[in-house]
Design a protein around this ligand. Structure first.
Ligand code: ZN
Length: 461
């Protein structure tokens, strides 16, 4: 019984396959046939669909050219699309479809704001919050990131809604690599006026520990002029060491080798501000002989940053200020009041436009300079000419020439008063090099004050 049942099933299958075969043969012989290369296709969103190709035959003849293709794929939209291929020969026809899946195949991206190797203080716990994750479809998926810790490794894993996955692993080193930071209250290389207070305080901060050993070698005697070197060392408990040296210059007012940088005619946006930046960087004080031009805030900066704000005249108009003593003092009062209004500083330090030896004033009033140099002193002012020209009053427009004219005429045997103009870009551009030359050659930079000895030219009118 069983045997007979098994044979029946086999016979049934055999007949079934025979029918299929016959059908296929009939279909191939009597109907057109379309063969697709790669049946279903998956493409990435926003990419282009490239037809993989097809062939059509009828009775052994290639009729590919007669195939019509109907497609309506939007590769910018996720979905399943159908492409219909059809061909007909007389009354016989064939339709066939291909499915195109437009899917999101683009992986999300994990971005770390820290390095792949991360150093953490030995006693600290590392909290990984230094990542962001973005996906082309889901946008910000930072909150989907899984952070997996395994020993010294942290793996960041994220999947977008289409299950594309991104992964980054980084390593934590529990090690302090950095020495403590030493900061001086006085700045890096301060100049201290003789018998003035010197702030020798400093702070030591370590990135990892409070257990730091600091030592100071050397002392500064503010009652004796000279150059002092003080060495600071700091070592954290992990053996990282920092060494810093501070050079302190104790100087006297008007000491030989002093440089008074003086800037006339400002303030001026674009030059005075940059000059102030350089002076700040270099920790150098200077003197500005200002006018009524330029914005108030630059005069405020000059004063607040420790420079001397001197007076040059309000208008700098020779024909007005040198036509009478009265005009000169009216004009001077105007710039004096401006400085006082901005800073609260009652400036009594002046420079005559053109210098006290100018001859241009002869055009407007004979003998006026002779009167003025006396009268300014009577009224409690001090005036300062110069003994070094920078060339920026008209001789040159090259910063290299400004640099050369100043540095070649400096002397260690006197006080050097340098005439410059903070409205000149080439002076601005030469300044840093001039200061560095001065420092490297043992000069002292200072600002003029009422204790500075007047340097005056011989009057010519
Ligand atoms: Zn001037």
């Amino acid at each position: 019984m069983e045997k007979t049942g098994g044979s029946k099933i086999l016979l049934g299958l055999f007949i079934f396959f025979i029918i299929i075969a016959i059908y296929t043969i009939i279909d191939t012989i009597f109907y057109p046939n379309i063969i697709l290369k790669n049946s279903d296709v998956v493409i990435n969103l926003n990419s282009e669909y490239n037809e993989p190709g097809y062939k059509a035959y009828y009775k052994g003849k290639d009729i590919t050219d007669s195939v019509s293709v109907y497609e309506n794929i939007n590769t910018r939209k996720l979905g399943v699309y159908k492409i219909k291929y059809s061909v007909s020969e007389g009354s016989k026809y064939k339709n066939i479809t291909r499915k195109v899946y437009v899917k999101d195949l683009t992986k999300p991206q994990i971005k770390l704001t820290s390095n792949k190797d991360i150093y953490v203080c030995p006693d600290d716990e590392y909290i990984p919050n230094d990542y962001k994750a973005y996906d082309n479809i889901d946008k910000d998926i930072t909150n989907k990131v899984k952070v997996i810790r395994k020993g010294a490794f942290i793996t960041y894993l994220v999947k977008d809604s289409a299950f594309n996955e991104a992964k980054i692993t980084k390593r934590i080193h529990y090690k302090d690599k950095k020495g403590p930071t030493i900061k001086f209250n006085s700045g890096k290389n301060p100049s201290i006026l003789l018998n003035n207070k010197y702030d020798d305080k400093y702070t030591v901060v370590d990135n990892c520990t409070k257990n730091v050993k600091a030592k100071v070698y050397g002392k500064v005697d503010t009652t004796t002029p000279g150059n002092y070197k003080v060495k600071y060392t700091a070592e954290d408990e992990y053996g990282n060491k920092t060494v810093k040296t501070k050079k302190v210059n104790v100087y006297q007012k008007d000491q030989k080798g002093t440089i008074y940088l003086t800037f006339d005619d400002g303030p001026n946006i674009g030059t005075t501000d940059k000059i102030l930046d350089i002076l700040k960087e270099e920790n150098v004080k200077a003197t500005f002989f200002v006018t009524n031009r330029g914005p108030d805030y630059l005069i405020k900066r000059e004063y607040d940053e420790g420079h001397t704000v001197g007076l040059h005249t309000a208008t700098h108009d020779y024909s007005y200020v040198y036509s009478s003593v009265e005009n000169y003092f009216n004009d001077l009062a105007s710039v004096h009041d401006r400085v006082y209004r901005i800073t609260g500083y009652d400036s009594r330090i002046i420079r005559f436009p053109g210098g006290s030896d100018n001859t241009i004033s002869r055009r407007y009033k004979s003998g006026i300079m002779t009167e003025l140099v006396k009268e300014v002193l009577n009224r409690g002012y001090k005036y300062y000419d110069w003994n070094i020209l920078s060339g920026d009053a008209g001789e040159t427009k090259e910063s290299s020439v400004v640099y050369q004219m100043v540095t070649e005429n400096l002397s260690k045997d006197r006080v050097n008063i340098v005439l410059m103009h903070d409205i000149k870009p080439y002076t601005r551009d030469a300044l840093k090099n001039i200061i560095e030359y001065g420092k490297a050659n043992g000069y002292i930079f200072d600002s003029i004050d009422m204790n500075s000895k007047m340097l005056t030219h011989r009057v010519n009118n």
